[in-house]
Design a protein around this ligand. Structure first.
Ligand code: AMP
Length: 472
């Protein structure tokens, strides 16, 4: 489906913001969803992050709000977006603010783990668009600091993650506070039975849109698996991270404890990394994400739950330190490096104990992942990666039309105020010596350029692949 944002009839102020964002054409889910949502229809979207679903719901919502007059009530909002994680909530709010920057609408985000004060005072004035995690929103309602009786549009994002995180009862409770007469947009990557049921309860005659990036994601990512003894993983990881061509890298660990241990070991090996998982305080998570984005610590070790909703473009590598228990998780993980049409490389470290998990993954993706074997921790030769490929389409961090800044390297390990870069130069991890790995040149300084979605990246309108539709 080829169309333009102009042809979709969006408000010119939104078109201006999209041009500033460097979006040249709608993604398949945007092209399919925006017209119906602009008409006020309910929507059931089967799509993962990475497909452009945030803009698919935000743009028509902003368009409709821009046409309406009236103010949100005190403590209330006109549009409510529910998100399963704080990271995703912040990213949705950032996107909404960016797309709506010329409209003069107000957007607030509320989530747990931080103080109530700022959130309460923002809500007291009333907001046009409220993005919230369910638990914190319920707390605010219970304290009389939020009301939902003026919501005209409700978005439920990542419904299957809401189920995984045990939020379904909280959502059903919140629904009671929202008027029945409303527009509802419901997004989920998978449709297990309980999510199907929730969708049926919440939606009225919805338009159904399914984009299935998973199979294509697997095609866009160069995958390989390294067979090695469990005790050799630490050294293999450090060697991989030191290789030329490795840029922003997400390392997946099955457990929070494991993630902390990996960071500690990398630190001992002279590689700057941060961990992100549910036990980390909100400000530590934000710092880790910021360091990942700006390249000062371009290795982020994450658990699966924490990694959801991390919207960072230009992840060149995904390394799976442990293979996941659930094979679908493998596909979600590797998809982190193929966002917004980019390509990347995924490497899985597979010890003897992981073999069954690998077999299940290969059955699921119906591919045999190219494999190599390392004999042990003492192996002198690191496995060389194929020549690194530049992500095809990279989005510079928001606001990146300003010159990118790069932390300077001091022996003490602290970044000094940064200098604008003169030429594309890889960021250096903070602290440490020259043995630290160097990400690929140019990864951080990608010029803003128009990005268009290639035809055929997604199977437009096709149903999700069988494994995506299967319940968990
Ligand atoms: P999402 O699936 O909403 O998390 O979006 C994935 C990434 O795609 C985000 O970094 C968006 O900024 C980017 N994106 C969304 N829509 C477009 C578009 N039409 N053109 C280029 N990039 C886009």
């Amino acid at each position: 489906m080829t169309t333009t944002f102009e042809a979709l009839g969006l408000d010119t102020r939104i078109l201006q913001a999209l041009a500033e964002e460097g979006y040249s054409s709608p993604t398949p889910i945007q092209a399919q969803s925006i017209p119906s949502v602009m008409e006020g229809r309910d929507l059931l979207g089967i799509a993962q992050t990475g497909t452009g679903k945030t803009a698919a719901f935000s743009l028509p919502i902003l368009h409709r709000l821009a046409q309406q007059t009236g103010r949100p009530p005190r403590y209330g909002c006109r549009v409510l977006v529910l998100s399963p994680t704080r990271e995703l909530a912040s990213q949705i709010a950032d996107s909404v603010r960016a797309y709506g920057r010329h409209l003069g609408l107000s957007t607030t985000v509320v989530f747990g783990g931080v103080g109530f004060g700022g959130q309460k005072s923002a809500l007291a004035r009333g907001v046009d668009i409220l993005v919230a995690t369910p638990g914190r929103l319920q707390d605010l309602i219970d304290q009389g600091a939020a009301r939902l009786d003026h919501v005209t549009t409700l978005v439920l994002d990542e419904a299957d993650q809401m189920l995984d995180k045990g939020f379904l009862p909280a959502i059903r409770r919140l629904l009671k506070a929202i008027p029945q007469q409303r527009q509802t947009l419901f997004f989920s990557a998978t449709m297990p039975a309980e999510i199907n049921k929730l969708a049926a309860e919440m939606l009225t005659d919805p338009v159904r849109v399914a984009v299935a990036p998973v199979a294509t994601t697997a095609e866009k990512v160069a995958q390989r698996v390294i067979h090695l003894p469990a005790g050799g993983k630490r050294q293999a990881l450090a060697e991989l991270l030191r290789m030329e061509g490795i840029g922003r890298t997400l390392v997946f660990s099955r457990t929070k404890h494991g993630a902390d241990r990996i960071v500690k070991q990398l630190d001992q090996d002279g590689i700057a990394a941060n961990a992100i998982h549910g036990n980390k305080a909100q400000n530590a998570r934000e710092r880790a994400l910021a360091a990942f984005r700006d390249g000062s610590a371009p290795v982020l070790v994450a658990t699966d739950i924490a990694a959801r909703g991390i919207d960072v473009d230009g992840v060149t590598h995904v390394i799976q330190f442990d293979l996941p228990e659930v094979p679908e998780t493998y596909v979600h993980r590797i998809g982190r490096t193929a966002r917004a049409g980019a390509t990347g490389e995924a490497i899985a470290l597979c010890s003897h104990e992981d073999r069954d998990k690998l077999r299940a993954i290969e059955r699921l993706i119906r591919q045999q992942i190219p494999a190599e074997t390392r004999s042990g921790a003492a192996t002198p030769e690191p496995a060389r990666a194929p020549a690194p490929r530049q992500p095809q389409q990279q989005k510079p961090p928001r606001g990146a039309h300003k010159p990118q800044r790069q932390p300077q390297h001091r022996p003490g390990g602290h970044a000094t105020p940064a200098e604008p870069k003169r030429q594309a130069e890889p960021p250096r991890p903070q602290g440490g010596d020259s043995a630290r790995r160097r990400p690929a040149a140019g990864q951080q300084d990608a010029p803003r350029r128009d990005r268009s979605w290639r035809e055929g990246d997604f199977r437009d309108g096709s149903p999700a692949p069988a494994f995506l539709r299967r319940g968990r």
